[in-house]
Ligand binder design. Sequence first.
Ligand SMILES: Cc1cc2nc3c(=O)[nH]c(=O)nc-3n(C[C@H](O)[C@H](O)[C@H](O)COP(=O)(O)OP(=O)(O)OC[C@H]3O[C@@H](n4cnc5c(N)ncnc54)[C@H](O)[C@@H]3O)c2cc1C
Length: 393
Amino acid sequence: MDKHDSTQRAQHRQEVARVLAGFTPADIAAWDQAENLPTDVPAALAQAGLLGSFIDTGHGGRGWDALSFGLLCAEFGQASLSLLSIVTVHSMVMEAIRLSGTGQQRADWLPVLARGEKLGAFALTEPDYGSEATGIQTTLVECEGGYRVSGRKKWISYAARADVLLVFGKLEDGRAVACLMPADAEGLSITPMKGLLGFRAAMLGEINMQDCFIPSANLIGGIGAGINYVAAGALDLGRLAIAFGSLGAMEACVTDSVIYANKRQQFGQALSKHQLIQQMLADMMTAYKAAERLCWHAAELRSAGSPMATMETATAKYFTSTHAVTVANQAVQIHGAAGCSAGESRTERFYRDLKITEIIEGSNQMQQVMIAQNGMGEFVQSARRRQRLLAEN
Ligand SMILES: Cc1cc2nc3c(=O)[nH]c(=O)nc-3n(C[C@H](O)[C@H](O)[C@H](O)COP(=O)(O)OP(=O)(O)OC[C@H]3O[C@@H](n4cnc5c(N)ncnc54)[C@H](O)[C@@H]3O)c2cc1C
């Protein structure tokens, strides 16, 4: 596909929007309330070819570029961030195999995952290690033909439903590895997690592994590369998904607020006529437009294979999720009591869900650390270039 074909991209977006329109707002609210996603939902997404969009056609995907993938995530975010999280973690598993797997592993796993015949979950976080991923305690002990894996993983999206888990752990000598673990492996149990602030239909689970066997062929990436390469590469794509997903949810908050502010009358006129409401709407619209530019920029750099793509994706994720929380807060404010009630509007769900986007795929503090550390070099270099130019003239 021509990476720059905007007509094709618009068609992709429309296709995604049409599929998602098959789920009514009442359906989506019901999943959230029940903290459960009906099994036919992922099946419908798989059937529509939306679970492997960025994987090349030779491996069962659609061959969409990073911007089309981003726009797909924006559509999912507009509908439901719980639903987006399934696309995110499933895509992260595929991305790890795409970037770090052998040719044989790509041939064995990508087609079944891209077609949604099997669904994946990304199992990095542990009860005692979140941001400090290099500290994880899950161990892999070598045995005949493979490894025995033991450890606990917590807050794993879609764990309660996935067929295969990308598990991160360490060998006895401390080197980090990633491996594919069937969810029905002997010694593995998954406990669903309930009572979350947001992403309530994302089927989170806690995983307990006791001497679970995996064959050597299931190790993804080199020994020692588990966190810094395999997880990092997958999280880079995950951040793009969350950036665009938050953008989509932000758009929904702005749109709902405009519609509500035009309809709701107080003090003899529509809310939208009150200047303090207009001030909130202006800030929401400005934040949306700025975030949209950052998301598109990150996706275009990714499609172009630019070395700047990772940092710009972190920046887009940080900016978009932070501002999306503010926008959702303002959307609830504009809706008043109706914004606090699931039966009256969807803004309360977006407010709860968007808070989560500041924590997942690397918390926003971790993004700030990355942005600052990288940006310091970038800005010093740019100042030096400027000095050289001035000296030449
Ligand atoms: C809904 C949901 C879905 C999730 N899905 C998955 C999943 O699918 N797979 C998975 O592996 N994990 C998942 N997680 C876990 C998520 O990735 C972690 O919550 C995240 O990495 C943060 O780790 P933590 O919660 O342990 O917080 P901690 O690392 O304990 O951090 C707590 C706070 O301290 C801050 N902090 C930590 N270190 C520093 C520092 N050096 N400087 C400044 N501030 C710091 C953090 O930003 C955060 O605000 C999910 C979490 C949620 C809530």
